[in-house]
Design a binder for this molecule. Structure first.
Ligand code: PMP
Ligand code: GLU
Length: 394
C-alpha cells in the first residue's frame, strides 16, 4: 500500500541537509570529509546568549509561550527593526516561529492560493520552490548568471509578472550566491512592484548582518510598497544560533494574524528557552555580530583567491552571506580518473567521493552548471578543501 500523500511525494529532499547528512555518514565511517555543504556559522553561540537561556531554565520558562512569541521578544524584535532598519512594526505585526524557515513557509501558506504565481529570482535557496509547492502555487523562476553577479534586472522582473502573480520572493544577501542588491538596484525592482498593487513582497533578510558592502537596505524601507512587504529574519546566522530555531516574520497586521492562526494549529509557540536566548541576542551587546562578519569576510577573500585557481571554475566575488557559487561548465563533459562528469551533480558527487569535499549541486538552487561552497569553516579546512578539489580536477 502507498500511504503517502501526493503533497509529500511532489516535494524534493532538501539537498543542503542531505549533502551534510551524507558527509556526516562518511565521517562516521572514518573518512576525513571536509564539509562545505550545509550553510551555518561554525562559531559557538556567544556566551551572554547562552547565559540567558540557562537563566530562562532556572526561572521556569517551561510553559507554552504565546503562539506568536513572548511579547518581550516581539518588543525586542520591533526595537531591532526600528534601530537597524528604520522600520516601524508593532509587536502585534511580528510572529516568531521555528527558524526563518518556518516563518517563510507560514507566510507562503497563509497568502498563496492554488495556482497563484510566486516570482523567484534564481539561483534561489533550496526550500523556496518546495514551500510554494506545499501551497499548491506555481513558482515562476527568473534566472540570473554569474556575469550579472546573479542579480535580476527590473525588466526581467516586469516580464515575469502576470495577472496571476501573488508574490515576489527576494533574498539579499543571497543564499546561494552571496550577492547583495544595493539600494539603487532594489529601487529599480520596487518601481516595478509599485506598478502592480496586487503583489506581496516576501523579503528574506536572514543574511542581513553577513554583508561586506558596508550598507544594508531592507525592502521594508521603501514607502511605495511598505504596506505589502513582509520581512523574514531571525537569529540563526547573525548570532550563530542555527540549532536554537528562532526566526520571525514582520508583516501587515492581517497577514501576521493569519500566520499566527496557522502556527497555532500546527506547531504552537516556538521553544520558550530559545525565545529567551533570542531576546538576549537582540537586546544585548552587538560586537559579536561584527566580529563574526569580519571572520567571514577574511575567509571570503581566501576562498575566492583559491577557487579562482581551479581550472574550469569561474568565480565572482560575493558581497555577503558565506557562500561561493562558481560556474563549473569548464569541467563538464570531461573525464577524471576514468569517470565522466556530465553535470554539476556528477561533479558534486565526484568531489565528495574522490576529493572528500562535500559541496552542493547548483541544480538544487535551480542553477545547474554551478556548485555551492559554504566557507563558514576554518582557514585550514578551506585551504585543504581547495587543494583537494584542484588535485581531483587536474
Ligand atoms: N533563508 C535562507 C536564505 C537560508 O539560507 C536559511 C538557512 N537555512 C533560512 C532561510 C532558514 O533559516 P533558519 O535556520 O532560521 O530556519
Ligand atoms: N541555510 C543553510 C543552507 O542553505 C541551512 C540548511 C537549510 O536549511 O537548507 O545550507
Amino acid at each position: 500500500m502507498d500511504f503517502l500523500s501526493n503533497r509529500v511525494k511532489s516535494l524534493a529532499v532538501s539537498q543542503t541537509l542531505a549533502m551534510s547528512q551524507k558527509s556526516s555518514e562518511l565521517r562516521a565511517q572514518g573518512i576525513d570529509v571536509i564539509n562545505l555543504s550545509v550553510g551555518e556559522p561554525d562559531f559557538n553561540t556567544p556566551a551572554h546568549i547562552k547565559e540567558a537561556a540557562r537563566r530562562a531554565i532556572d526561572e521556569n520558562f517551561s510553559f507554552y509561550s504565546p503562539v506568536p512569541g513572548f511579547i518581550s521578544l516581539r518588543e525586542a524584535i520591533a526595537a531591532k527593526l526600528s534601530r537597524e532598519n528604520g522600520l516601524n512594526f508593532s509587536p502585534a505585526q511580528i510572529v516568531v516561529g521555528n527558524g526563518a524557515k518556518q516563518a517563510l513557509c507560514n507566510v507562503i501558506l497563509a497568502t498563496v492560493n492554488p495556482g497563484d504565481e510566486v516570482v523567484i529570482p534564481t539561483p534561489a535557496w533550496v526550500s523556496y520552490v518546495e514551500m510554494v509547492k506545499l501551497a499548491e502555487g506555481k513558482s515562476v523562476l527568473v534566472p540570473a548568471g554569474i556575469d550579472t553577479n546573479f542579480k535580476i534586472t527590473p525588466a526581467q522582473l516586469e516580464a515575469a509578472i502576470t495577472e496571476r502573480t501573488r508574490m515576489v520572493l527576494l533574498c539579499s544577501p543571497s543564499n546561494p550566491t552571496g550577492s547583495v542588491y544595493s539600494k539603487e538596484e532594489l529601487q529599480g525592482l520596487v518601481d516595478v512592484i509599485a506598478r502592480h498593487p496586487g503583489i506581496l513582497v516576501l523579503a528574506d533578510e536572514i543574511y542581513e548582518h553577513i554583508n561586506y558592502t558596508g550598507s544594508f537596505t531592507s525592502l521594508g524601507s521603501f514607502p511605495e510598497i511598505a504596506d505589502r512587504t513582509i520581512i523574514i529574519n531571525g537569529v540563526s546566522k547573525a548570532y550563530a544560533m542555527t540549532g536554537w530555531r528562532i526566526g520571525y516574520c514582520a508583516a501587515p497586521p492581517d497577514i501576521a494574524k493569519a500566520v499566527s492562526k496557522l502556527q497555532g494549529q500546527y506547531t504552537s509557540g516556538a521553544s520558550s528557552i530559545a525565545q529567551k536566548a533570542a531576546e538576549a541576542a537582540y537586546n544585548g551587546p552587538q560586537d559579536c555580530v561584527a566580529e563574526m562578519c569580519a571572520a567571514f569576510r577574511r575567509r571570503r577573500d581566501l576562498v575566492v583567491e583559491l577557487a579562482s585557481q581551479i581550472p574550469g571554475f569561474k568565480v565572482n566575488e560575493p558581497q555577503g552571506a558565506f557562500y561561493l557559487f562558481p560556474e563549473v561548465s569548464g569541467v563538464l563533459g570531461k573525464r577524471f580518473g576514468g569517470r565522466l562528469i556530465e553535470t554539476s551533480g556528477d561533479l558534486a558527487m565526484y568531489l565528495l567521493e574522490e576529493a572528500h569535499v562535500a559541496t552542493v549541486d547548483g541544480a538544487a538552487f535551480c542553477a545547474p552548471g554551478y556548485i555551492r561552497f559554504s566557507y563558514a569553516t576554518s582557514d585550514e579546512n578551506l585551504r585543504n578543501a581547495m587543494a583537494r578539489i584542484k588535485a581531483a580536477l587536474s
